[in-house]
Design a protein around this ligand. Structure first.
Ligand code: ZN
Length: 159
């Protein structure tokens, strides 16, 4: 069964490239449009057949992967590169998560960012996302998941 959502950024441009489309089930561009990847969430119920979206090391099975397109060349909160996530994009992503929580009957506590999932599993390799939200620069990296969960809870009330 599907039991969690892991939220990412692609570390690319504002449009998903073919590789991104294979690695995430849903991709949100800078205008807030949600695009579908090559694989559907159900492909990640069982990953033994190799036909699934590989978005999170040690966390693909049972996990929906949604990514916001952008953050190429992100260095730190003062140097976010040429493709900082937009407010429309973030809000659209949170709304899509609320829709997925409802559709798959998920627990809000089973929503993670890739960064928080890696912290939980003590994984220290790979991309580190999401550690900054350009439209909400005051939110510290360890508070981002709670911020996102609050946003998703609010979007649940207007679905
Ligand atoms: Zn990631």
């Amino acid at each position: 069964m599907l039991r969690r959502i892991i939220i990412h950024w692609t570390a690319g441009t504002y449009s998903p490239n073919p590789c991104d489309l294979k690695h995430y089930h849903f991709l949100v561009d800078n205008s807030g449009e949600v695009r579908k990847g090559v694989y559907v969430p159900e492909d990640n119920i069982c990953c033994n057949d190799g036909i699934y979206a590989a978005h999170t090391k040690q966390g693909n099975t049972g996990s929906i992967g949604i990514a916001m397109c952008g953050m190429h060349n992100f260095k730190n909160s003062n140097d976010t590169g040429s493709y900082p996530l937009t407010k429309k994009q973030c809000e659209s992503c949170f709304k899509e998560c609320a829709r997925l929580v409802k559709k798959y009957n998920l627990e809000i506590d089973n929503i993670y960012t890739h960064y928080e999932f890696n912290k939980l599993k003590n994984i220290k390799t790979g991309k580190i996302d999401i550690i900054h939200l350009p439209p909400y620069p005051e939110i510290k990296k360890d508070e981002i998941l709670d911020f996102i969960k609050n946003k998703i809870s609010w979007y649940q009330t207007i679905l």
